[in-house]
Ligand binder design. Structure first.
Ligand code: PMP
Length: 432
């Protein structure tokens, strides 16, 4: 594959025509492929089918004899569920709660409580201290951003570096603005770049001076156990690091079993300092008598312990690795050497992050969609849906079957070639 920038204009026109023909032929196949959201495939969901028969008509009693068909009244969830998931979040069991079916709901609700009531260490509610801002490492998770957008919280992008956010930028911003109350972090196998925050990044986030005494890290460890290699990334312990630096109340740690068992029908996890946990508990217990204990019981029976979780995640890995490899192979086949795109080779998580020529991502997504590949909206990985460089595209290879994953990647690669050759030609014409 020639480097497109180095082609003479006539050759580039020929290349553009040829790529266009291949794209048209692909389109004519009338495929319907889905690379939108990071959903598990049916084959992955089947791994947890035993949940559908649990806890069973004679297994609905909790460890302490409590009847899980009835109100039990502890908003922190079943003790055995807390004990099971505490090590997944790296928290003591008495500093965590297991909630309902969505960790996003927990994040949303804790933000609402902070806006309305304030958090421990705060002198007033966040909304009384408006304007409120959150730092957003980019590219990031669109649903984090939209929670804030819904409440008028300003989103301030911070570049990711490959080992977490650019800490020089973060430290400068949080030290200078008491309106910065929070920061979104997906610290392990980040969505979508798959990077894991380095020990130094974690240490600096724990130690940094914030102008806001009521600043919180929204530490969404959604991919804590979602390895794609046999060399799992190790993430430093944010709870311990913050406590060591005298900022025990800084981290709100979240987790989820949406991509362990059933998506949107699993469990949400939250761990934090005792003061934060008491605060969350107080507000959550006004909202609900308690989470779905039967679902917690089923999960305890299926997963048992961290070894059980690891064994299940290993089976997910067997299904996922070939899909990620297929995308890598197809991208390499079509794009290597053309100098038109860079993509990640994730070691965990659910996404491949594709960076195309600045100014081209929108066009690539349009072309891919025309070719039958449903993609997440361009810009979705940035606050307000606006990628200032128009270059990042999130590829989600987990949901379709393996052959479709390869076809979708081919549709995207052809779209990259068409969009890039078009863009270079347009640029040359505007200069001539
Ligand atoms: N956080 C991140 C980073 C995610 O990628 C996702 C999507 N699976 C979620 C949270 C959603 O989790 P839940 O289903 O528990 O709301």
């Amino acid at each position: 594959m020639p480097r497109l920038e180095t082609l003479m204009t006539d050759d580039l026109r020929a290349f553009r025509r040829q790529a266009g023909d291949r794209h048209t032929a692909f389109k004519a196949r009338g495929l319907k492929l889905d690379s939108t959201r990071g959903k598990p495939s049916a084959e992955q969901l089947d791994l947890s089918n035993a949940l559908l028969d649990l806890p069973g008509t004679d297994g609905f009693k909790a460890q302490d004899g409590g009847d899980c068909r009835n109100y039990l009244g502890d908003v922190r969830g079943l003790p055995e569920a807390r004990a099971l998931f505490a090590p997944m979040l790296g928290a003591p069991a008495d500093q965590m709660l297991v909630g309902g079916n969505s960790s996003l709901t927990l994040m949303h609700d804790l933000i609402v409580f902070a806006l309305l009531h304030g958090v421990p260490d705060g002198t007033a509610s966040w909304s009384a201290q408006a304007p409120v801002s959150f730092l957003c490492p980019v590219p990031g998770y669109d649903r984090h951003f939209s929670i804030c957008e819904g409440f008028g919280i300003r989103l301030v992008p911070v570049p990711l570096t490959g080992h977490g956010p650019d800490m020089d930028v973060v430290e400068r911003l949080v030290a200078g603005d008491p309106g910065i109350k929070g920061m979104w972090c997906v610290p392990k196998y980040s969505n979508p770049t798959a990077e894991t925050y380095s020990d130094e990044t974690v240490e600096r986030l724990a130690a940094m001076r914030t102008a806001a005494p009521d600043f919180r890290l929204f530490w969404d460890n959604a991919y804590a156990v979602h390895h794609l290699t046999d060399r799992p990334h190790q993430l430093a312990d944010i709870l311990a690091a913050c406590a060591r630096h005298g900022h025990a109340n800084r981290p709100f740690v979240f987790g989820s079993t949406s991509k362990v068992t059933f998506a949107g029908a699993g469990l949400s996890l939250f761990a934090s300092s005792t003061a934060n946990l008491d605060w969350a508990r107080k507000h959550l217990s006004r909202q609900s008598i308690g989470p779905d204990k039967l679902n917690q019981l089923r999960h305890v029976r299926l997963l048992r312990d961290m070894a059980g979780i690891a064994a299940l995640m290993e089976r997910h890995r067997q299904i996922l690795v070939p899909k990620f490899q297929r995308v890598q192979a197809v991208f390499a086949e079509h794009l290597d050497g053309a100098g038109v795109a860079r993509w990640t080779e994730p070691e965990g998580g659910y996404f491949i992050s594709l960076d195309v020529r600045p100014g081209s991502a929108r066009r690539v997504v349009t072309l891919a969609q025309e070719a039958g590949v449903a993609m997440v909206a361009p810009g979705a990985t940035f606050p307000y849906g606006k990628d200032p460089q128009d270059q990042n595209i999130r590829i989600a290879p987990t949901f379709p079957a393996l052959p479709e994953v390869g076809l979708a990647a081919e549709g995207v690669a052809l779209s990259v070639l068409v969009a890039t050759s078009e863009a270079i030609l347009a640029e040359r014409e505007s200069h001539s």
